[in-house]
Design a protein around this ligand. Structure first.
Ligand SMILES: [Fe+2]
Length: 286
C-alpha cells in the first residue's frame, strides 16, 4: 500500500462543500509514469491478457461489441496488478475517509470505463444515462461514494462526467446508466418531482480525480474528439457498510459474492474481496 500524501487531503471547507453539493473535485494524485502504466494495463485487459490469471467480473470486453458505445468492465483489478495498486491507493482512501467521515474505507468494486472518441458528429451510444449509483447498490448502506480517476484530461468536449449538485438530498430516483436519451430523465425530475435542473461538468486533468456521493445524479454526453476518454472508478464504502438482504439489488455482484462466502444479512462487506484503502482500526481489530 502506498503512503498517504497529507498535502492532498480535503480541508474542512472541502468536506462541507462535498456534503452540501454531493460532489467534490479533488487534486491530481497520480504521476505521469503511473498513468502510462494504467493506460497500458487498460489495453492489456481489453486484449484479454490477465497477468493475475483471473478474469474481471463478467469476463473480458469482447471484440465485436459496439465499438461506439461506452465500455464498462467491473473488477479490472482482479486481472491486473497495476489496477490493484490503484484501487488500494492510500491517499485516495484517506481523501474518501475524510469526505465520508468514516474511520475505514474499503473497495466496493472498481469499474474500468472507456468512452471512444466519435469525432465532431458524435451520436448517442457514447452517453452515460442519468443515474444514482445507489440504484444498483441497495444491498448495502446508503453512504457509499465514488472516486472517479481520469487517465486522460477530461472536458465537456470529450464527454466528462456531469453532476447534478444537491441531488443527493432528493432520495432514490429511478435512473439507468445505459439510457441514451438524456432529456427524458431531466423532464421527469423537473415536471414530476419539481426540482431545479442544473449540471456541473467535472472537468479534471489526467491523474486527478473527482468524488461523488452514491445518491448524486450524474451522467455524461458524447465524446466529440477523436481520442478515447479513459478512466477507472473506485466505488468505495465506509466502515459500517454491510449486507442488506432481500432488496431489489440482491443480484448485485457483491450480494452474490457475500452469499457465496456464507455471508448473511447484517454482515460487513470485509475481507479479501473488498480490499482496505484506509483504516484507523488497529490491525488486531481488522
Ligand atoms: Fe455512476
Amino acid at each position: 500500500m502506498s503512503l498517504i500524501d497529507e498535502s492532498l487531503l480535503p480541508t474542512d471547507d472541502d468536506v462541507a462543500f462535498y456534503e452540501e453539493h454531493g460532489y467534490w473535485i479533488g487534486p491530481k494524485v497520480l504521476d505521469d509514469a503511473f498513468l502510462d502504466r494504467l493506460r497500458l494495463a487498460m489495453y492489456q485487459v481489453y486484449a484479454a491478457e490477465f497477468e493475475t490469471g483471473k478474469e474481471p467480473w463478467g469476463g473480458p470486453w469482447v471484440l465485436g461489441d459496439n465499438r461506439l458505445a461506452v465500455r464498462k468492465m467491473d473488477q479490472a483489478h482482479w486481472a491486473n496488478n497495476t489496477f490493484r495498486e490503484l484501487v488500494t491507493h492510500a491517499t485516495i482512501g484517506a481523501i474518501a475517509a475524510r469526505l465520508a467521515r468514516t474511520p475505514e474505507v474499503r473497495l466496493w468494486h472498481d469499474q474500468l470505463l472507456y468512452k471512444p472518441g466519435q469525432g465532431p458528429n458524435a451520436k448517442a451510444g457514447g452517453n452515460v444515462g442519468w443515474h444514482q449509483d445507489r440504484n444498483y447498490w441497495q444491498c448495502t448502506t446508503d453512504n457509499l461514494l465514488t472516486a472517479w480517476v481520469a487517465f486522460d484530461d477530461v472536458t465537456v468536449q470529450n464527454g466528462c462526467m456531469l453532476a447534478v449538485p444537491g441531488s443527493h438530498k432528493w432520495g432514490l430516483i429511478e435512473g439507468n446508466f445505459f439510457e441514451q436519451d438524456l432529456e427524458a430523465f431531466k423532464t421527469k425530475i423537473v415536471r414530476e418531482l419539481g426540482h431545479e435542473w442544473k449540471t456541473v461538468p467535472l472537468e479534471i486533468p489526467a491523474g486527478a480525480l473527482s468524488f461523488h456521493h452514491c445518491l448524486t445524479i450524474h451522467g455524461s454526453g458524447p465524446n466529440f474528439t477523436h481520442k478515447p476518454r479513459r478512466s477507472l472508478v473506485l466505488h468505495l464504502m465506509p466502515d459500517d457498510a454491510h449486507y442488506v438482504a432481500g432488496t431489489p439489488n440482491d443480484n448485485h455482484m457483491n450480494a452474490i459474492l457475500m452469499r457465496e462466502r456464507g455471508g448473511r444479512d447484517g454482515d460487513r462487506f470485509a475481507g479479501d474481496l473488498w480490499p482496505v484503502l484506509y483504516s484507523e482500526r488497529t490491525p488486531a481489530a481488522v
